[in-house]
Design a protein around this ligand. Structure first.
Ligand SMILES: Nc1ncnc2c1ncn2[C@@H]1O[C@H](COP(=O)(O)OP(=O)(O)OP(=O)(O)O)[C@@H](O)[C@H]1O
Ligand SMILES: [Mg+2]
Length: 285
């Protein structure tokens, strides 16, 4: 059982904006929770889209004003004191707009913070990480210190991308950043691996997207392109745009919503990949 093995910390990152990092964090988190895994999602983006899309109640919103990722970085609040329960098996550490200043401090005055500036999140998560099967970190669309902290805290990075030429350039840069983190001298996080590249908002009716998918899958690089692709569906707009009315409904774990379905398939694919990776090499095929 995964529960008895080590937790999986997955950073969901791509410096390209709008590729469904936040949507994928929310739905993959919900899908894994529905599969009875214990999941923590972390909003590491000053835009706070993940926090807003989970539609916290008033008491939770009040709580998150003081207890959030920025207060973990800036005031050393223990992660334990920032956890918000969203659903059975699904917890959140929220973002706040203060994360903008946190990133500036991480960059320009790291001495004002305790510990290595790129490893603060990793250290903060250590006391609670074993409670969870999965910790998913939603990164901002940049390669700055918040993303770096996510990549240092994680063992895996999941890279969502659109099947467009511009997005694939973003993907290349992301892969370069991972390479620097793993193979730098000294490595910043030698354990980091690309769990997979996820094609999002995918339109099968567009030849250009099908061709780019084919190209991506035939690249010689050693990374997985998930078999699961997330189709372009107007319903996904609801998560970001109409959260107040619909956020809870869309993440309702008691039903399999239209939008959750591809992420359930992805969650099962990820579990299979992780099971294979944990087998001794002779069985890992
Ligand atoms: N499969 C999908 N089909 C259609 N729209 C989608 C899909 N997934 C996400 N979207 C929409 O695309 C927009 C961007 O998604 P999202 O905010 O998840 O991207 P992001 O990568 O987190 O963006 P940012 O870089 O700004 O953090 C949102 O309006 C969201 O509702
Ligand atoms: Mg986002």
């Amino acid at each position: 059982m995964l529960r008895d093995q080590k937790k999986h910390i997955i950073c969901i990152a791509n410096q390209k904006g709008g590729v469904a990092k936040t949507t994928s964090t929310a739905y993959l988190g919900a899908a894994l929770a529905r599969l009875h895994r214990h999941v923590l999602v972390i909003d590491s983006d000053p835009q706070c889209n993940l926090t807003y899309s989970l539609e916290l109640d008033e008491a939770q919103q009040e709580f998150c004003l003081e207890n959030n990722l920025a207060s973990m970085y800036e005031s050393g609040h223990p992660a334990e004191s920032c956890l918000v329960s969203i659903r059975d098996n699904l917890d959140l550490i929220s973002a706040s707009p203060d994360l903008v200043m946190t990133e500036v401090t991480l960059d320009s005055q790291p001495e004002a913070l305790s510990g290595e500036p790129e490893a603060i999140l990793k250290q903060a998560l250590a006391p609670i990480a074993n409670r969870y099967d999965y910790i998913l970190i939603d990164c901002p669309p940049s390669q700055g210190m918040l993303t770096l902290n996510g990549l240092v805290a994680a063992q895996w990075v999941l890279i969502p991308t659109l099947a467009s030429v511009i997005s694939l350039t973003g993907l290349e840069r992301m892969i370069e950043q991972v390479h620097e983190i793993v193979h730098g001298d000294p490595p910043i996080n030698a354990q980091l691996e690309i769990l997979g590249v996820l094609l999002t908002k995918f339109r099968k009716d567009r030849t250009v997207e099908l061709e780019l998918e084919k190209r991506l899958r035939s690249l010689p690089e050693e990374f997985t392109v998930f078999k699961t692709v997330i189709p372009d569906r107007s319903q996904f707009e609801l998560l970001g745009e109409l959260k107040v009315q619909t956020g809870r409904h869309l993440l309702d774990l008691s039903m399999v919503s239209y939008s959750l379905l591809p992420y359930l398939t992805l969650a099962m694919e990820i579990e299979k990949i992780l099971r294979q990776k944990s087998l001794p090499p002779a069985f890992g095929k």
